[in-house]
Design a binder for this molecule. Sequence first.
Ligand SMILES: C[S@@+](CC[C@H](N)C(=O)[O-])C[C@H]1O[C@@H](n2cnc3c(N)ncnc32)[C@H](O)[C@@H]1O
Length: 316
Amino acid sequence: MDARLKASNMDAPGIINGNRMPSEKTVEIIENVFAKFAGFKKSEPLRKKITRVIEGKSDIEIMEWINYMMTSHGDAELFTLAEDLTNHETFFFRDIIQLQCFEYEILPAIIKQKKKDNDRVIRIWSGACSTGEEAYSLAMIACKFMEANNLATISESGQVFFKDNWNLKIYGTDISRQVVAIARNGIYSDAGLSPFRSFPPQYYRFFDFLGKNEDRLYHQNSKNYGVKKGIKDLTTFECHNLNSKDLPLMLKGMDVIFLRNTMIYLDADSQAQILKKFHTALSKKAYLVLSVVDRMHVPELYSEVRLDKNIVYRKS
Ligand SMILES: C[S@@+](CC[C@H](N)C(=O)[O-])C[C@H]1O[C@@H](n2cnc3c(N)ncnc32)[C@H](O)[C@@H]1O
């Protein structure tokens, strides 16, 4: 790797307000290593975050750490670094217009096609799921739709019973192990700028109320909710770096992939590689939903579909 660091290459760090500040060059080396790993764009905010991670550490410590990250065992360390360098902002039913397109246009089209193909398993992947809100929103929308269309019944306790061999599998993956653990847990608080900030009330039936946080100062008397077991059972959350070459078997044969509010952090080449990987992960003519601001870098692999209020892509 061209960014390989030797102790002698590191220029002198400065002292600001009593804190040892890493040199710009050191920060840039780490930025290069991480950008290559996760596909990130190089940027001032990224360098600031890196500076915060390493300030106060000695040159030797940093040097050994960087050299280790660049060995074949270094990925575990890079996944750990990703915890500090990624933005996990998310909430339930985010970008609702796109989710309405999913409910009213994409899902009916998928089910119609599956009936023709005699295939009864709907497979959905939230490609950078953060703490799970996107994946759970998709699961709840799909369950409600299948119930309304007589393909499933949902009991009072939230258990989902599919009819005629229908099934629903929702996969959520993220580069951060910490957010994946939160997603698996499926417990959310409505404190402050909460994941429930634009939550359609009819979907509270898919949650168990877990009680109030009595502490007014820190928790603002917030309430906790747990995703019901019936919905959790439909989901699988795993740590996965989209910018890696591998595509685990469980992520193949997808009917729709969502990758929203994530491409913005990635450089153009990595975006293109990820779109190619999704092409392999999608089943024939399956759908890809990106954020409205995202660019399709490999138009030869997808066709653009103009829905009522949104543009999505289909595997060509
Ligand atoms: C802003 S959140 C978006 C979450 C959700 N998709 C949404 O729209 O609300 C971006 C997520 O992308 C994840 N991420 C960034 N780079 C990634 C990569 N190379 N592979 C997998 N996940 C990545 C981050 O860890 C973060 O949780």
